[in-house]
Design a protein around this ligand. Structure first.
Ligand code: ADP
Ligand code: ADP
Ligand code: MG
Length: 500
């Protein structure tokens, strides 16, 4: 049982609820903060104490560093858990808390500075001999040097914000002529999204897979890797379905990625939970992409296959305790899948959907639902669209897919559009079932024009079925330009397929 007795949770939605529940299980008093619209939110109701932040915009509320520090002090919090997003990767927040004698449940400000900046993290990886995507090591100073670098790297390239996150701040440049305009736009987009306009270049890898390694480190130099998560099903460069293990990762590959992740964490003197993200190309070559110096949205799939409660471990190591588990005791058992249920319209390019949750019923039975909302809640335009995460575990991948399909069929939402129809589409798609997919799954396979029947569940299910039929018809016509699933399987035989 950790020495921490009072934790302020500087977040909202499902992740605030997740952390508050972990606190309750350990008899730790939980302290919530809330914006105006969140006055009656689930995280506020579940916490032992709750304090208003005022305002609704993130700047006024959950990003309001001074106000949160004041509440933490007044409420005599021993520690602050930042969740993900908001202040979770802000080194100043971690440092100001330390000055106040309050524990930040996360790494030190110095580690966040080192690993949270993508160019710095790439340099560290390069220094350790860990492969990175080819590109510039430093941000680009001006257009002409940028154009030269891009030509050297070879088009297409990706312009990326050094401070980027959440899938934002990325721009593909296909040829030299596009570079000038793209550079200007990328810089101003990065500044408005992250208050930092530094841009660097990476080679654009065609249809890679996103594989990441969960790590956990204590203050005694013990660093563990907890297997991988595959997060290749994405929209707008942001994950939507995640699973562990990945069908392309065997024991040897897991060890190789895990040891690379641990070496990087050691070099950054990293403490607490963190994730090293990698891209794997169709030849099986891997490249370090970035580190997320925080708890990740998809952490429950790792919890499901390892049996380790990551939030409790975060609190344990933040209290200064040693990790009790050893690397050779970590076993990846069975198969877990997570679907992100976001208030977005898959039929309209995943455009965020707001309004009143007139009906909201989450699935029950053999399933984990990390949920932040209830029927009658109003979804505002101010925050992230994530409503809930559905996580299932099965002895193998096909059992997990079956459980997820059953669970999603019981998830009823009315009042807003959600990603449920898309998730059901993906789970039925042969490329997903075969494990033969990459980050371009949505562009390649998802025909959203077939999902335009309004929010009636039955009609949507019919539309999904229609889209599947349409897809298979086109496949049998050999129309591979449009939706061809590359049946021969670029990923087949690359690693092993023991998790089908
Ligand atoms: P994960 O990496 O855990 O899969 P996402 O990329 O989906 O998470 O991001 C989780 C949340 O954190 C989203 O609300 C996203 O907008 C936010 N987020 C992530 N990185 C940043 C960042 N650098 N700046 C602002 N918000 C971020
Ligand atoms: P964020 O900080 O927003 O999470 P990442 O660098 O982790 O940004 O990239 C998010 C996603 O964008 C990746 O999972 C991948 O789909 C895509 N991506 C990023 N870099 C590249 C690249 N060099 N080539 C191809 N796709 C990329
Ligand atoms: Mg990322």
């Amino acid at each position: 049982m950790p020495s921490i007795k009072r934790i302020l949770v500087a977040n909202r939605g499902e992740i605030a609820v997740r952390v508050i529940r972990a606190c309750k299980e350990w008899g730790i008093r939980s302290i919530a903060v809330f914006s105006e619209v969140d006055r009656k939110a689930l995280h506020v109701q579940l916490a032992d104490e709750a304090f208003p932040l005022g305002g609704n915009s993130p700047q006024e509320s959950y990003l309001n560093l001074d106000k949160i520090l004041r509440i933490a002090t007044d409420a005599q919090a021993d520690a602050v858990h930042p969740g993900y997003g908001f202040l979770s990767e802000n080194p100043v927040f971690a440092e100001r808390l330390e000055e106040l004698g309050i524990i930040f449940v996360g790494p030190t400000g110095a580690s966040i500075r080192k690993m949270g900046d993508k160019t710095e993290a790439r340099k560290l990886a390069t220094h350790l001999g860990i492969p990175t995507v080819s590109g510039t090591l430093d941000p680009i100073s001006d257009v002409s040097t940028g154009t030269e670098s891009a030509e050297r790297i070879g088009f297409p390239v990706l312009l990326k914000a050094a401070a980027g996150g959440g899938g934002k701040g990325m721009r593909i440049v296909k040829c030299r002529e596009e570079f000038h305009t793209a550079f200007g736009t990328a810089k101003s987009e990065a500044f408005s999204a992250f208050g930092d306009d530094r841009i660097y270049i990476e080679k654009y890898i065609d249809a890679p897979r996103h594989i990441e390694i969960q790590i956990l480190a204590d203050t005694f130099n013990n660093i563990l890797y907890l297997g991988e998560r595959e997060c290749s099903i994405q929209r707008r460069h942001q994950k939507i379905i995640e699973e562990s293990p990945s069908v392309i990762v065997d024991d040897r590959f897991r060890k190789e990625l895990g040891e690379a992740a641990v070496a990087l964490a050691r070099e950054a003197q990293y403490v607490n939970a963190g994730t090293m993200e990698f891209l794997v190309d169709s030849t099986g070559a891997y490249y370090f992409l970035e580190m997320n110096t925080r708890l990740q949205v998809e952490h429950p799939v790792t919890e499901a296959v390892t049996g380790i409660d990551l939030v409790k471990e975060q609190i344990r190591v933040a209290s200064g305790e040693r990790l009790v588990i050893r690397q050779n005791e970590i076993v990846v058992r069975g198969h877990a899948i997570e679907c992100r249920i976001c208030a977005e319209d898959p039929a309209n390019n995943f455009f965020p959907s707001t309004g009143l949750l007139t009906r909201y019923q989450v699935p029950e039975g053999k399933v984990r639902v990390d949920n932040g909302f209830r029927e009658g809640d109003q979804l505002s335009v101010y925050y992230d669209s994530l409503l809930a995460k559905v996580i299932v575990w099965g002895t193998d991948r096909s059992e997990a897919i079956g459980s997820m399909k059953r669970a999603l069929s019981e998830f009823t939402v009315q009042g807003v559009k959600t990603t449920i129809p898309f998730c059901r589409f993906a789970l039925e798609h042969e490329s997903f079932i075969d494990g033969n997919f990459s980050t371009d799954f949505v562009e390649r396979h998802f025909d959203s024009t077939r999902l335009t029947c309004g929010d009636d569940e039955e009609k949507i299910a019919a539309a999904v079925a229609g889209a599947l039929l349409w897809t298979s018809e086109h496949q049998s016509q050999g129309n591979s330009e449009v939706i061809g699933p590359r049946r021969e399987g670029r990923w087949k035989g690359l690693r092993f397929e023991g998790h089908r």
